[in-house]
Design a protein around this ligand. Structure first.
Ligand code: NAD
Length: 499
């Protein structure tokens, strides 16, 4: 349990914060070479937030050069594993020690409840850095089977300079999912956070240097996708791009890699995950999982359970229970309120997109069961209440397009065959779930849903030991777990012949 702080406490901390930031390149805070800045708008009240360096190709070149210099010098990858581990563990501790500040920065940028930023995002970010720090002195290379006349070492070596491009929904957590394994493997990183959420990334970089990470191993360039992300992904001296974001931009990133130096690409992309409920399920458990699985973080979650695929006989009862969970447990409020379980959406344009998709859902024949409307508009912030659109069919836009808002589309089915067809009828394959008391069916179903993660009678449970990522157009490559290290490394064979 994290400590609860009052709204006044956070207001006071905010009043003491200066919010002008530069890039973080070669261990120093740097303005954009062009001198340009941009101002972030706070989702919680529509007021101006941080003023950030607006990067472009010149800043990207400097950051990549710094990362390359650090990598080539061996100042990090060549260090004793035990020493490297200590640096990363120190970094994780510093993240925890600066948890309140990081949580405040994340909430200012993203609009999520500050208690969630502190209790979930900061915690998981620190845990992620620690997890990979702990791996550093436990990784072995291999000796391949050869005859007695030769010895072949199969070494796992870092790739070099990694570009990490990340989204705004869980900035700190997703940054850690990339920084942890990439840096533990010995690479240097240039991180481009989403333009909506740069503050926590800049703080993480400052803390990394304080922990003893050599300068140049971790740089941050802030700015827009076209101006910073694109030149990074096109850069001839970047060896890999680890991207998390929309499927649309993921496709562009893959194209940039192909057009430039064939850098490796890992893509963690969008989703439209099904949560399938059979009539024999524990409906209270299913309702709780559906509500939290879709509405947590205001639905701004790549694996949010946005399609409720429910057996027709229990549809109304289940939706009634979901509404009861929302009323009882999922308070929507200003993100500094201790009671807030969900806060604001990321920006006005995104809120309009969510409201537009709800309207299209209704126009196409869906029926609003409850919620799914703009609220708290008098605050100037971007709040949409959690809600369910029922009578949806899987061909409607609200069932096909990622909504990234707190809105569940309920789709009824009659047979198991039909349920599976609906669950898999999507371009995405990030996650899914099945609720049933029939364990044979649970296993049959979980094997047949084509997604990177499938839950049985629960939703969104995970830990660092489990890989996370998608099938189909949800991307490829996995974050988390020991396997995430692999994508930041390559195999190198060293063959020695004896006479
Ligand atoms: P986005 O694709 O718009 O942006 C992601 C990042 O790419 C940002 O840093 C952005 O500035 C950058 N970018 C934009 N245009 C670019 C270009 N032309 N070249 C290079 N970089 C560019 O996504 P978003 O709106 O920030 O985040 C939401 C999306 O992220 C959703 O689709 C969500 O499902 C996905 N997501 C996926 C996962 C996962 O693990 N699969 C996790 C979180 C979010």
């Amino acid at each position: 349990m994290t400590e609860q702080f009052s709204r006044a406490y956070w207001e006071q901390r905010l009043a003491g914060l200066s919010l002008a930031r530069g890039h973080f390149i070669d261990g120093k805070v740097e303005p954009a070479r062009s001198g340009r800045t941009f101002t972030r708008t706070r989702p919680m009240d529509g007021k101006p937030g941080a003023v950030l360096a607006q990067g472009d190709v010149q800043d990207v070149d400097l950051a990549v050069a710094s990362a390359r210099k650090a990598f080539a010098s061996g100042v990090w990858r060549g260090r004793e594993p035990l020493e490297k581990k200590k640096v990363m563990l120190r970094w994780a501790e510093l993240i925890r020690a600066h948890g309140e500040e990081l949580a405040l920065l994340e909430t200012l940028d993203v609009g999520k409840p500050v208690q969630a930023s502190l209790g979930v995002d900061v915690r998981l970010c620190a845990d992620g850095i620690q997890y990979y720090g702990e791996m550093i002195d436990k990784m072995y290379d291999e000796i391949a089977p050869t005859g007695p006349k030769a010895r072949a070492l199969v070494r796992k070596v870092p790739l070099g300079v990694i570009a990490a491009i990340t989204p705004w929904n869980y900035p700190m957590i997703i940054d850690a999912w990339k920084l942890g394994p990439a840096i533990a493997a010995g690479n240097s990183v240039v991180l481009k956070p989403a333009e909506q959420s740069s503050l926590s990334a800049l703080k993480l970089a400052e803390l990394a240097v304080e922990a003893g990470l050599p300068v140049g191993v971790f740089n941050v360039v802030t700015g827009f996708g076209e101006e910073v992300g694109k030149p990074l992904a096109l850069h001839q001296d970047v060896d890999m791009v680890a991207f998390t974001g929309s499927t649309e931009v993921g496709k562009l990133v893959m194209g940039y890699a192909a057009q430039s130096n064939l850098k490796r690409v890992a893509l963690e992309l969008g989703g439209k995950s099904p949560l399938v409920v059979f009539e024999d399920a524990d409906l209270d458990a299913a309702a709780s999982a559906a509500a939290w699985g879709c509405f947590y973080n205001s639905g701004e979650t790549c694996h949010a359970a946005t399609r409720l695929v429910v057996q027709r006989s229990v549809q109304d009862e289940l939706i009634g229970k979901i509404e009861a969970v929302v009323k009882r447990e999922i308070a929507l409020a200003h993100p500094f309120e201790p009671s807030a379980q969900i806060g604001a959406l990321i920006e006005a344009e995104h809120m309009e997109k969510v409201l537009g998709l709800i309207a299209t859902g209704e126009k196409d024949g869906g029926r609003r069961a409850f919620g799914a409307e703009r609220v708290l508009s008098e605050t100037g912030g971007y709040y949409v209440s959690p809600g369910v659109i029922t009578d949806v069919t899987n061909d409607m836009r609200i069932a096909r397009q990622e909504i990234f808002g707190p809105v569940l589309a309920a789709i009824a089915f009659d047979t198991e065959e039909e349920a599976l067809a609906i669950a898999n009828d999507t371009i995405y394959g990030l996650a899914g779930a099945v609720f049933t008391r029939d364990m044979d069916r649970a296993h049959r179903f979980s094997e047949s849903i084509h997604a990177g993660t499938v839950w049985i009678n629960t939703y969104d449970m995970s830990n660092f030991a489990t890989p996370f990522g998608g099938f189909k157009q949800s991307g490829f490559g996995r974050d988390r777990s020991v396997h995430a290290i692999d994508k930041y490394c390559d195999y190198k064979t060293i063959w020695q012949q004896f006479n």
